[in-house]
Design a protein around this ligand. Structure first.
Ligand SMILES: Nc1ncnc2c1ncn2[C@@H]1O[C@H](COP(=O)(O)OP(=O)(O)OP(=O)(O)O)[C@@H](O)[C@H]1O
Ligand SMILES: [Mg+2]
Length: 475
């Protein structure tokens, strides 16, 4: 009969867990403090311990280290309602078997117990905990206590010590880059480089040489050999941002890097061995890109070994006040809690944040300036960014253009086409015709709506409709 110990000073929780475990036919002991739990464990080593973090007297994370010494075979499930990334990291570093963010369902607890009981023995060696601080005011701190963010903390803590590729997904402004940095900062690579590569911002012709380096004379202008970003990050982490924008030919090469841990510079030559961990991010639906062939499925599976999804801010509005205080502190406001009256907090929680945490941050900066040191009021905040939700027509147009460009550039052995002119030739007739139609063919008014000179409009009409007669456009 498995032997379970619950260490929690909150009676209702201890009671609920005990009932649930007894129903599973486990033997259950309860301790209301870490000291008591350790004493019980010495007498009767448990198989599984459910350990709270905030306890009167010794805290749970300190007790974790002692428990691991007293009862090394016990699986410890750390429970907390106050977790931050450091709690999760410390729990994993301290050898915890699992981490439950309160409130959790009894079903989750039973599931954790079952997994703990049936787990293969040989727990990972425990490491001394790092000296993390509890409140982290640094720019890289990930603020949030909501279940969605707690789940993210746990995933970061579990994956950070490994070499696994991590794919971070989530809407724009949800903190993907922050999470990528946290994965690196909590990994054994933390003293080596973290190199973010914003693929979309790279010159498309140079993406390959940026990533893989080039040999001397590889192309015009390459008058000396150069290491690529992957080689520069050797021993560290490369953060590939906006993964969906990586051109297909580069995707093939990247796959090779991942499979063989080596890069071949543009222009050929000896493969260089590199040791990098790849963390990538995207706000696009990559599985859709895989389906329509703009993203290689083999690369997708290779990069998506361990996904971390960031929930949008609307799904964690309870984090908004803490985030607001965090940003205000970072803007140099000495007393952030005081400049945020209750009605402002309520307002911040109720309005939409289509740009997520980034929009919140920018809005607070704006409001702090307007409020000139006084309390922040709703009228100090800018309007929400362009509506999210159902995608607007402009947004759709932009993504159509993206798709169009991808399709053109995929014909990779084609000569560079005059994409700009091609695009204009494609959309200009539609623009011209519809404006004219809406304005009953009045060229003078159409020119005004288009913001173009009448002569230009006349030329456009002649170009796209060579057969059209040309009434006097004064008329
Ligand atoms: N949980 C958080 N706690 C504190 N700051 C946060 C949090 N989430 C995001 N931020 C801040 O919000 C801003 C946007 O975050 P980040 O750049 O990581 O977003 P992103 O998901 O990479 O967005 P995009 O897809 O647009 O690149 C940054 O200033 C970041 O520091
Ligand atoms: Mg980003």
């Amino acid at each position: 009969m498995p032997n379970i110990m619950i260490v929690d000073d909150e009676e209702p929780i201890a009671w609920g867990l005990r009932r649930a475990f007894e129903r599973e036919k486990y033997r259950v002991g309860v301790a209301a403090s870490a000291e008591d739990g350790l004493a019980q464990a010495r007498k009767n080593p448990p198989d599984v311990v459910f350990l709270d973090v905030r306890l009167p007297g010794m805290d749970g994370l300190t007790a974790l280290a002692e428990l691991r010494a007293i009862a090394p075979a016990a699986a410890v499930v750390v429970m907390t309602a106050h977790g931050n990334l450091n709690t999760a990291v410390k729990a994993v570093e301290g050898g915890a078997f699992d981490y439950l963010a309160k409130p959790f369902d009894l079903a989750q607890a039973i599931d954790a117990a079952k997994r703990a009981i049936t787990r293969p023995q040989d727990p990972p060696a425990s490491q001394p905990g790092l000296a993390h601080e509890d409140i982290d005011p640094s720019p890289d701190a990930i603020v949030g206590r909501s279940p969605g963010v707690q789940a993210v903390f746990k995933r970061i803590a579990l994956v950070a010590p490994t070499n696994a590729c991590v794919l971070i997904t989530g809407e724009s402004g949800t903190g993907k880059e922050l999470v990528a940095r946290a994965v690196h900062a909590n990994s054994p690579r933390r003293n080596k480089p973290f190199l973010p590569v914003h693929v979309a911002a790279l010159n498309p012709n140079l993406v390959e040489s940026e990533l893989f380096g080039h040999t001397r004379g590889a192309f015009t202008g390459a008058d000396r050999p150069r290491d690529g970003l992957l080689a520069l990050a050797d021993g560290g982490t490369v953060f590939l941002d906006e993964l969906a924008d990586i051109p297909l030919p580069v995707q093939a090469k990247l796959l090779r890097v991942l499979e063989r841990q080596e890069v071949i510079p543009v222009g050929g030559g000896e493969p260089q061995t590199v040791n990098v961990r790849i963390v990538s991010a995207t706000h696009a639906d990559l599985s859709a890109a895989v389906r329509d062939g703009t993203f290689r499925h083999d690369l997708f599976y290779r990069l998506n070994v361990y996904p971390i999804h960031l929930p949008p801010l609307r799904d964690r509005i309870d984090d908004i006040p803490a985030l607001a205080e965090h940003f205000l502190r970072r803007f140099g406001v000495a007393n952030p809690a005081e400049v945020l009256p209750a009605d402002t907090r309520a307002f911040l929680k109720s309005r939409p944040w289509p740009g997520n945490v980034r929009e919140l941050r920018n809005a607070l900066e704006h409001a702090a300036i307007e409020a000139r040191g006084g309390p922040l009021r709703p009228e100090h905040f800018p309007e929400p960014a362009a509506a999210a939700g159902p995608v607007g027509v402009s947004e759709r147009l932009r993504s159509l253009v993206t798709e169009w460009v991808r399709e053109r550039t995929r014909q990779k052995d084609g000569e560079p086409a005059e994409l700009h002119q091609q695009l204009l030739d494609t959309v200009e007739p539609a623009l011209l015709d519809e404006v004219l139609r809406q304005l009953d063919g009045n060229r003078l008014v159409a020119a005004r709506w288009l913001g173009l000179a009448r002569a230009t409009v006349r030329k456009m009409i002649r170009k796209h409709h060579p057969a059209a007669d040309e009434p006097d456009d004064e008329g």
